[in-house]
Ligand binder design. Structure first.
Ligand SMILES: Nc1ncnc2c1ncn2[C@@H]1O[C@H](COP(=O)(O)OP(=O)(O)OP(=O)(O)O)[C@@H](O)[C@H]1O
Ligand SMILES: [Mg+2]
Length: 173
């Protein structure tokens, strides 16, 4: 799973700080147009990982789950220094798919000027973009989470970047 060129990689995080570091590695590699879906149960570490992505994008302000608005926007920049927005979406409280129109989902699903990170993406099933980085967070013991990164599709825009993420977060499985 961890071999060079693999479209999927998996690592066990043993602390929130480590999960943040994994997010940071993703954020440093992010580009305008990227969508990252964070899949995992309540308390799995989605927001923690999103905070790391924000750090990797140079977002200065605190990142918390957008509770009442579904979407928060932050100013960041790519590793190359290009300004971009981080759109942090949390669909947990989405009442139904019609709510997605209300928040302008289509633009988040294809962000023209930034990177979109989505918690509870399964709430938008059927309306997800064609290509994204899927991050799955699963309990793996006290304070431990298995973090699996999958390029969707396997030859999608993230496939070529997973090696760099692997290098940054270590190759352990
Ligand atoms: N290895 C770990 N990685 C991430 N979080 C961890 C880890 N170990 C323990 N935790 C704890 O798990 C919780 C994760 O909370 P977080 O808000 O990131 O989850 P979430 O998936 O966003 O939850 P929600 O579904 O409510 O949005 C925090 O209390 C954090 O301290
Ligand atoms: Mg959350």
């Amino acid at each position: 799973m961890g071999h060079p060129g693999a479209p999927e990689t998996s690592v066990v995080s043993d602390s929130p700080r480590r999960t943040r570091e994994i997010g940071e590695a993703i954020g440093r590699l992010a580009r305008v147009g990227d969508v990252v879906l964070l899949d995992g149960d309540l308390g799995a570490g989605k927001t923690t990982l999103a905070q790391g992505i924000a750090a990797g994008l140079g977002v200065a302000e605190a990142v918390q789950s957008p509770t009442f608005t579904l979407a928060n926007e932050h100013e960041g920049r790519s590793a190359a220094g290009v300004p971009l927005r981080l759109y942090h979406i949390d669909l947990y409280r989405l009442a139904g798919p019609e709510d997605l129109d209300g928040i302008g989902w289509d633009e988040y699903a294809m962000p023209a000027d930034g990177v979109t990170v989505v918690e509870w993406p399964e709430r938008a099933v059927g309306l997800l973009p064609d290509a994204y980085l899927l991050v799955r967070l699963e309990p793996a013991g006290p304070d431990r989470r298995r973090v699996t990164l999958i390029s969707v599709p396997l030859d999608g825009p993230f496939a070529g970047r997973l090696d760099a993420v692997r290098d940054a977060i270590g190759n352990q499985t």
